[in-house]
Write a protein that binds this ligand. Structure first.
Ligand code: C2E
Ligand code: CA
Ligand code: CA
Ligand code: CA
Length: 279
């Protein structure tokens, strides 16, 4: 038993070492990627029933010279653990603000808003609010065109602190959307305490909307909840017209998903809007 125990221990030890090594490699690659500005915003359309484009969600991509395009799921967690998410988010926000400024003088683009994902590590910074405000001010972007996406888990950590920070950013003009709504451990009572603007129905409920009565019930409940709290509601992961129609019937009129467009580089996003205007 002792020998087996030791073997087991050695086994874990090795896998852990491999994992640690991989993490160290990824961390230094992230550092280098930041220096070389390899992180790029992709844009995914947000659109309403009338065909009006409201703006886009910004989804980060890592343009790695050897490994190609790396998806955020593969590096955001390590960026969070190492704290590199802070400079990464700053670089991304700078690009987003620059884009808002560029659009502000372009007819048709001036009203678009951009939604940016925020991580736990960021909002827990003591000076989170001051940093965001300073960056947006410096860029000259209109804060009204900027939306921050927060997840439930992030809010529950220190509610009073979050309320204080969100209230300050809201006063500055920035709106908040509650991302992946319904997937966290929500106590619904906190919703009315937070200065939110929007609930975002998670794609896990949208996927089987037409086949799974539970998902349909959850979606319906979120829509009703948003309505009664005076919040707007958007559904993510809308891939089929049947899902869109169902959501519309339930009172959700704003969407994001492959049905309307995949996340893509700026040029592709803007080209899809031009097509829209002509059509
Ligand atoms: P999320 O915020 O829930 O973003 C939605 C994800 O669903 C995106 O994956 C998007 O590409 C994908 N998606 C959009 N429409 C559809 C659809 O119709 N069907 C399906 N199956 N999927 C769809 P992505 O871009 O890989 O991002 C994954 C997650 O990474 C995001 O989930 C977000 O949590 C995180 N993330 C992305 N960019 C950033 C960032 O700049 N900062 C932080 N902190 N997190 C980010
Ligand atoms: Ca999001
Ligand atoms: Ca989401
Ligand atoms: Ca999601």
């Amino acid at each position: 038993a002792k020998a087996a125990g030791r073997n087991t221990f050695r086994f874990y030890d090795e896998t852990m070492q491999v994992a640690i090594k991989q993490r160290v490699i990824l961390e230094s690659a992230l550092r280098q990627g930041l220096q070389l500005r390899q992180f790029q915003p992709f844009y995914q359309l947000q659109i309403n029933d009338a065909g009006w484009v409201l703006g886009a969600e910004v989804l980060v991509r890592w343009q790695h010279p050897e490994r190609g395009m790396i998806s955020p799921a593969d590096f955001i967690p390590v960026a969070e653990e190492t704290g590199l998410i802070i400079p990464l988010a700053e670089q991304l926000l700078a690009q987003v603000c620059r884009q808002l400024v560029a659009w502000s003088s372009q007819p048709g683009f001036a009203d678009l808003s951009l939604a940016v994902n925020v991580s736990a590590r960021q909002v827990r910074q003591e000076d989170f609010v001051e940093r965001i405000i300073a960056q947006v001010r410096h860029s000259g972007a209109n804060p009204q065109r900027l939306k921050l996406e927060l997840t439930e888990s992030l809010l529950l950590h220190d509610m009073d602190d979050m309320i204080r920070k969100m209230t300050a950013l809201k006063a500055f003009g920035i709106g908040f959307s509650l991302d992946d709504f319904g997937t966290g451990y929500s106590s619904l009572s906190y919703l009315k305490l937070l200065p939110l603007e929007q609930l975002k129905i998670d794609q896990s409920f949208v996927r089987d909307l037409l086949n799974d009565p539970n998902d349909a019930a959850i979606a319906r409940t979120i829509i009703a909840l948003a309505d009664s709290l005076g919040l707007s509601v958007i559904a993510e992961g809308v891939e089929h017209e049947s899902q869109r129609r169902f959501l519309a019937e339930q009172g959700c009129h704003t969407y994001q998903g492959y049905l309307f467009g995949r996340p893509g580089p700026l040029e592709r996003f803007m080209a899809s809007l031009r097509l829209d205007e002509q059509g």
